[in-house]
Design a protein around this ligand. Structure first.
Ligand SMILES: Nc1ncnc2c1ncn2[C@@H]1O[C@H](COP(=O)(O)OP(=O)(O)O)[C@@H](O)[C@H]1O
Ligand SMILES: [Mg+2]
Length: 290
């Protein structure tokens, strides 16, 4: 039932050896450590082909978020990259100066996380915040930015987008806020969107709708996705390839459908069994809701 997906079937690129020519992001030997302290991520290799949806799954604390933050160049204070390479279309991001990062984020790479409310200013309408991003990153004039912002809110599946534009974050539900945050993230038309537990705080039906939105953006706009979740059902709904994280390492990788049907690593089997034991109702409800 984890395989109840319309998107999990797409062919996955074999990531063995060097990156394939259509590789958008290539991670090789990535190590992340506490400054002068212990290593937290122990040498990861994975590729993200252009237009694909790649899932990172694993229990809490397995290193998924640090990996994403290393890719985005936003590791928390006291944590640093201590080895390996992250290449975006061949360019090593480790050598990128700080000023260039500001441009890269938003226009090439973007991310949405759990808890969308904390990424918005509570005292400014969501429309103004979205329009501001469009003015800064896309150099749109005030009126054009407003027009484009409303268009984007509509494209995120928000009803009455002109009204939503005028609302403050506290007036919106969690699912609506996450849609606004996705609009903000893709406003400058990035190639890669990282969604790190982006639907975890939402109830099951809304979670399924937001995942459907991500899948639609992938098809409609050619957006490449990295979807991070502790929940295999989330990965199964959206991703064609999955990498299973455990204690800062990838223990298994492959096409989502294959890994879920024929898990090779005991830890993956454990994740699937736990899911079946505790998550069956959730998956069933999601299926009937969609
Ligand atoms: N700022 C930090 N300082 C020290 N250790 C951290 C920091 N952030 C995360 N860690 C540790 O790194 C490991 C991986 O964390 P994280 O990437 O957040 O896991 P996940 O996203 O898979 O739940 C965990 O053991 C966590 O405690
Ligand atoms: Mg995390």
């Amino acid at each position: 039932m984890l395989l109840d997906s319309t998107h999990a079937d797409r062919a996955a690129t074999d990531s063995a050896g060097g990156p394939a020519p259509d590789t958008l992001l290539s991670v090789r030997g990535l190590r992340v450590s506490v400054v002068n302290g212990s290593e937290l991520v122990h040498g990861l290799d994975f590729d993200v082909p252009t237009g694909s949806a790649v899932g990172l799954v694993g229990e809490s604390g397995s290193g998924k978020t640090l990996t994403c933050r290393a890719v985005l160049g936003v590791l928390p204070a006291g944590v640093e990259v201590t080895g390996g390479e992250v290449r975006l279309r061949g360019t090593d991001l480790n050598g990128v100066p700080a000023a260039e990062w500001t441009r890269l984020r938003g226009t090439d790479l973007a991310a949405v996380f759990q808890d969308p409310a904390s990424y918005l200013n509570p005292s400014i309408t969501v429309g103004s915040q979205l329009a501001e991003v469009l003015r800064v990153k896309m150099a749109l004039a005030r009126k054009a930015a407003r027009y484009r912002a409303v268009e984007l809110l509509a494209a995120m599946g928000l009803h009455r987008p002109e009204h939503v534009y005028t609302q403050y974050p506290f007036e919106l539900s969690g699912g609506m806020l996450q849609r606004v945050l996705i609009a903000v993230a893709i406003a400058a038309e990035p190639e890669l969107l990282i969604a790190d537990e982006a639907t975890t705080a939402l109830d099951v039906t809304v979670q399924a709708e937001v995942l459907e939105l991500l899948a639609r953006l992938r098809i409609g706009r050619g957006l490449t996705l990295i979807v991070v979740s502790h929940d295999l059902a989330v990965i199964a709904q959206v991703c064609d390839t999955v990498h299973v994280f455990r204690a800062g390492q990838i223990v298994e990788s492959g096409p989502t459908r294959h890994v879920l049907r024929h898990p090779g690593h005991p830890y993956t089997r454990e994740l699937i069994e736990n899911h079946e034991r505790f998550g069956v109702d959730r998956v069933r409800r999601r299926r009937s809701a969609s």
